[in-house]
Design a protein around this ligand. Structure first.
Ligand code: AMP
Length: 818
């Protein structure tokens, strides 16, 4: 037994020595490795459409590559990415099959950028992970003697129209066999079981991870999360839920709120009654002061493992407060595009952290920034190789990867601090164009401006406009939230915008922000409700006076769109007249907006109207926006009158359209009109009577959904469950909701912890009016404590008195015209 353990120790020692040797080797031969990596990428991908397009003709040397292949941003390669996402699996960017898309937290047109990846990249990521503990062990002994309490989460994933999975890089890693089937490694024993990390519900995942961390409190030797914001969210979770957690630990029974079957099954093996532990945790958490709580609850913690460089530096004081000043370790620098490098001095102070690039991960070039705010043509043509960067200078990172990104600008600005062997080490300076960031969100100035414009439309009816604005990422609250300062011009003070209008402005702004922001708000709950603080008239002039008093030029002064300097934030706060918060969550769904567009346009490419707009099968947002006009109904009504007379729409565009909102006159003449039901009724009648040619849609019409507003509708109340009618040729005609509830999508839906209903399907599907509501109510009462949300399609469904005894109910009658 002792022999076996000694052997294992020796194996570990050798593994670590090999890892450190590897780092030394690649960093010593930096330029040689880079040259080889580029040659490998270019020869492997010589036959790709992209490299052929740039006439590389099989060349693999740096010079030809730099001469022929342009430096690009995401928007430049988006059409190629879009083709892959739509299912074109020819070698466009990469000769190997794209295994999935990694969704970056950087966005383009409000959606996460899609980064192609290939299966072998997972091995390269794994390689970088395998170097972390050997480096850490040089500075911190005996990390194999305890466990790591890391709060790790997966995020929602989606599929592109071509069927490729699109998800964040860490979700991809945690779901991979590399992670799930990892062999036992004494240096990487986590308190969180895989089932907790892989639970898609962030509440259940966090609850289980926290319980496990508490059970193992005396074995925990390090506490971490990917980003500092994530660790603070875990502390906040403990603050909010310690009573429930302690209750479960004391009784040994897991809360009913944890419904994920795999997680429950795993936790059943972990849960045990431990009233002493529960009592201890409760006493610690009940204390008003939470200073040093991490050290008190997990007394053997040696350090926190979290990224506190870049935007996360704002959380350092709060982390210090809760941890009692434990060292903060930033281990690596990575992205969805490529994993870049690691921190060889993990215990250095956050302000000193620098990352050593690993030259084998990809081919790296650098745009010198020369202290200039904007890149010049000159600096673009002077891209510097990894081994040639100069200490003390700032650069923007440009990468070429095996998965098919060529000279791609990541958007990160790095500062060279020195070299390890012949490989440079960089401080992460900032992400370009990021104004506000709380968690993984990155909001730029244009996005903020657009959000302000959207919200200001709500003020117009009140004769009110926004004179000036600025913003602030408030990380004093957990989770942090965006604060937007507004100075308003209210022209009619008797009729100014009320509290509710300004609250709605907050939500309107959130709706306009990018999908990563909204995902953090809705799914991860890692950002709190957006706040608007209205300041006194004249505040922004005072701000200018302050800046000028500090040396700003009066001619060049521009209102900062984000403030981070304390005296300015304090000045603004001292002038606040009212504060408003978003009253509810903005909309967010894992579906990408552009994916939905691609699907609609590709399915309906043969549709008469789309052909008329000369879309020619294009499915991208840009062509769609350019070719298909935005229209409004009222102004086109006279023209639309042609349709009921039985003309096919192809006859219509010859008619003048008086006022479409189009980009130019050319498009005006080919615009698709906005129509109302009566206008399209002749087509609908044709389908209803059995004309199954592609009249409106290229796919077969499966059924008709009966709209509550059809002309024939007679009564105000209808039971949604009944089949109402069939068309003359036998197509089902029923309300949308009935169609959905009766579909296998609903009836055979897999278990989803976000959507577990108190009502059994039999109640939902019962065609009677009285019987289902009776059963809904009984099951709702039985589950009273577990109920988190109450709902019905419309408020009338919750309030209606049609279920009172003796109230007549009406049936909706739907009749097709002969
Ligand atoms: P994503 O594309 O969502 O994977 O995010 C990658 C980006 O996160 C990088 O390009 C950086 O801007 C940022 N990032 C990653 N690692 C670090 C780090 N150690 N310090 C600061 N920022 C980082």
């Amino acid at each position: 037994m002792a022999d076996e353990s000694a052997m294992k120790k020796e194996e570990e020692r050798e593994k670590f020595a090999a890892a450190l040797c590897f780092i030394e080797e690649v960093t010593t031969k930096c330029d040689e490795v880079q040259k080889r990596v580029l040659a490998e990428i270019l020869s492997q991908n010589a036959e790709t459409e992209y490299l052929k397009r740039h006439e590389l003709k099989g060349a693999t040397d740096r010079e030809t590559f730099k001469n022929k292949v342009p430096v690009v941003k995401y928007e430049d390669i988006q059409p190629d990415i879009q083709r892959i996402a739509s299912g074109d699996f020819s070698p466009i960017l990469c000769s190997q099959p794209i295994s999935e898309f990694l969704t970056s937290s950087g966005t383009s047109a409000g959606e996460r950028k899609l980064m192609p990846t290939i299966a072998e990249e997972m091995d390269r990521r794994q390689l970088l992970y395998s170097l972390l503990m050997p480096v850490m062990s040089l500075y911190m002994p005996e990390l194999d003697k305890g466990k790591a309490l890391y709060f790790l989460f997966i995020k929602a994933e989606t599929k592109t129209p071509g069927g490729l999975v699109a998800r964040p890089v860490l979700t991809s890693y945690y779901k991979s066999t590399h992670f799930k089937n990892r062999p036992f490694d004494p240096y990487n024993v986590y308190t969180s079981p895989n089932e907790a990390i892989l639970c898609p519900d962030s509440f259940q995942s966090m609850y289980a991870q926290m319980i496990c961390g508490l059970y193992d409190r005396l074995q925990v030797n390090r506490v971490g999360a990917v980003f500092a914001s994530g660790l603070l969210r875990a502390i906040r979770f403990l603050q909010l839920h310690y009573r429930d957690l302690c209750h479960d630990i004391s009784s040994g029974f897991l809360s009913q709120r944890i419904t994920d079957p795999a997680l429950r099954a795993r936790m059943a093996k972990i849960m045990r009654p431990d009233p002493d532990l529960a009592g201890f945790v409760e006493r610690e958490c009940r204390e008003e002061k939470w200073e040093g709580i991490i050290r008190r609850v997990w007394p053997h913690t040696k350090y926190l493992e979290v990224i506190v460089t870049g935007a996360m530096a704002q959380y350092i004081p709060t982390l210090d407060y809760y941890s009692g000043g434990l060292p903060k370790v930033c281990t690596m620098y990575a992205s969805s595009e490529c994993f870049f490098g690691l921190n060889l001095k993990p215990l250095s102070d956050p302000s000193e952290v620098c990352y050593t690039m690993l030259p084998n991960m990809g081919y790296f070039e650098f745009i010198p920034l020369d202290g200039l705010a904007h890149l010049t043509q000159d600096s673009m043509s002077r891209l510097v190789d990894l081994a040639d960067v100069e200490v003390g200078k700032e650069y923007e990172l440009v990468i070429t990867t095996r998965a098919g990104l060529y000279r791609y600008r990541v958007g990160d600005v790095l500062y060279v601090t020195g070299f390890h062997n012949s490989t440079p080490q960089f401080k992460f300076v900032r992400r370009k164009n990021v104004l506000l960031s709380i968690d993984s969100d990155k909001t730029d100035e244009l996005e903020l401006q657009k959000a302000i414009e959207n919200a200001s439309a709500l003020l117009r009816p009140f004769n009110t406009s926004i004179v000036e604005y600025t913003s602030y990422a408030d990380t004093k609250t957990i989770p942090g939230h965006y604060v937007i300062y507004w100075e308003l011009l209210i022209k009619d003070s008797m009729n100014g915008p009320g509290q509710d209008v300004l609250d709605r402005c907050c939500l309107e702004m959130e709706e306009a922000l990018n999908s990563v922001y909204r995902q953090c708000r809705v799914a991860d709950r890692s950002i709190g409700p957006l706040e608007i603080r209205v300041v006194k008239t004249g505040t922004f002039e005072e701000l200018m006076d302050y800046a000028i008093s500090r040396g700003a030029s009066i001619n060049q002064y521009k209102v900062p769109r984000c403030v981070s300097v304390m005296p300015i934030a304090e000045l603004l706060d001292s002038r606040v007249v009212s504060a408003h918060f978003s009253p509810s969550m903005p909309h967010w769904s894992p579906e990408r907006r552009e994916s939905v567009l691609v699907e609609i346009l590709s399915q309906n490419a043969e549709h008469e109207d789309l052909k008329r707009h000369r879309l020619k099968g294009a499915t991208d947002g840009e062509t769609f926006e350019n070719k298909v006009p935005v229209v409004n109904f009222e102004t086109t009504q006279p023209y639309i009158q042609w349709i009921p007379r039985g003309y096919f729409s192809s006859a219509l565009y010859a008619q003048p359209i008086s006022k479409f909102l189009t980009r130019d006159a050319q498009e005006q003449s080919t615009a698709v009109p906005v129509v109302n039901y009566e206008d399209v009724q002749p087509y609908i009648q044709r389908i209803a009577h059995g004309d199954f040619s592609p009249i409106l849609c290229s796919q077969p019409i499966s059924e008709f959904l009966v709209h509550a507003g059809v002309r024939q509708r007679k009564s105000p109340i209808c039971s949604i469950h009944k089949d109402r009618n069939k068309t003359p040729r036998g197509l089902m005609a029923r309300p949308l909701i009935a169609s959905y509830y009766k579909s296998p999508h609903f009836k055979n839906r897999p278990f989803d912890p976000y959507n577990s209903f108190t009502s059994p399907d039999e109640a939902i599907l019962c065609p009677d009016v009285f019987q289902p509501i009776y059963v809904h109510m009984i099951s709702g009462l039985y589950d009273r404590i577990a109920v988190l949300r109450l709902g019905s399609t419309f408020p009338s469904g919750l309030l209606s008195d049609c279920f009172k005894p003796n109230t007549p109910t009406f049936a909706m009658t739907y009749q097709l015209e002969p």
